[in-house]
Design a protein around this ligand. Structure first.
Ligand code: GAR
Length: 209
């Protein structure tokens, strides 16, 4: 039997991308999908993302920045908590923190993030709002490996979403929902392909084997 990749998913909010992964794995089976979620981590308590994991019977952990004397200590604690689950891939799915050196030293090259804009445009915490403010006519989502910059790592896949005139009326809420529909499908597809086929990172280019 093929080996099933172990995933740790990190969340900070509603966790609909996490839910899409949980649903796909439940529907397809871990063997056919090629991956299982072994734990879900967060930087805060009381979020729907953690509740989704608990309902699915997946172990959870929380490491809050304010519980540590320094950002480096928090980063090391987060890395330790993730490492305890021996993941093959770590997925940042709406995790709104930048990880530090230790985390990247341990998980660089197998840590992926999903971002609600077409990188390298509109990196950072407000990808949807910034694309609208710029007047972009198309935007979308990007799944990429995480490096030591903010949303600068090698791109794995992107999905395109058109901006509509009415998107300016609700500060991008409806646009973000349309992006998230594309994003959930993209993330589920990318994670499954990485897990089943393996991959190489050649400079900026990601090759799924
Ligand atoms: C997603 O759109 C993700 O791209 C974004 O947060 C949302 C989380 O949704 N992440 C960022 O903006 C990171 N810079 P979810 O909690 O429903 O999966």
């Amino acid at each position: 039997m093929e080996r099933v990749a172990r995933l740790v998913v990190l969340v900070s909010g509603s966790g609909t991308n996490l839910q899409a992964l949980l649903d796909e794995i439940a529907a397809t089976g871990t063997g056919a999908y090629g991956a299982e979620i072994v734990a879900v981590g967060a930087d805060r308590e009381g979020i729907e993302g953690l509740a989704r994991a608990e309902r699915a019977g997946v172990p959870t952990f929380v490491r809050k920045v304010k519980d540590f004397a320094t950002r480096e200590e928090w980063d090391a604690a987060l890395a330790g908590a993730v490492a305890a689950y021996e993941p093959d891939l770590v997925v940042s799915a709406g995790f709104m923190k930048i990880v530090g050196k230790e985390f990247l030293a341990r998980f660089g090259g197998r840590f992926i993030n999903t971002h609600p804009a077409l990188l390298p445009s509109f990196p950072g915490a407000h990808g949807v709002r910034d694309a609208l403010a710029y007047g972009a006519k198309v935007t979308g989502c990007t799944v990429h490996f995480v490096d030591d910059g903010v949303d600068t790592g090698p791109i794995i896949a992107q999905g395109v979403v058109e901006v509509r005139d009415e998107d300016y009326e609700d500060e991008g809420a409806a646009l973000h929902e349309r992006i998230k529909e594309v994003e959930r499908r993209l993330l589920v597809d990318v994670v499954g392909r990485l897990a089943r086929h393996g991959y190489r990172i050649e400079g900026r280019k990601v090759v799924i084997q």
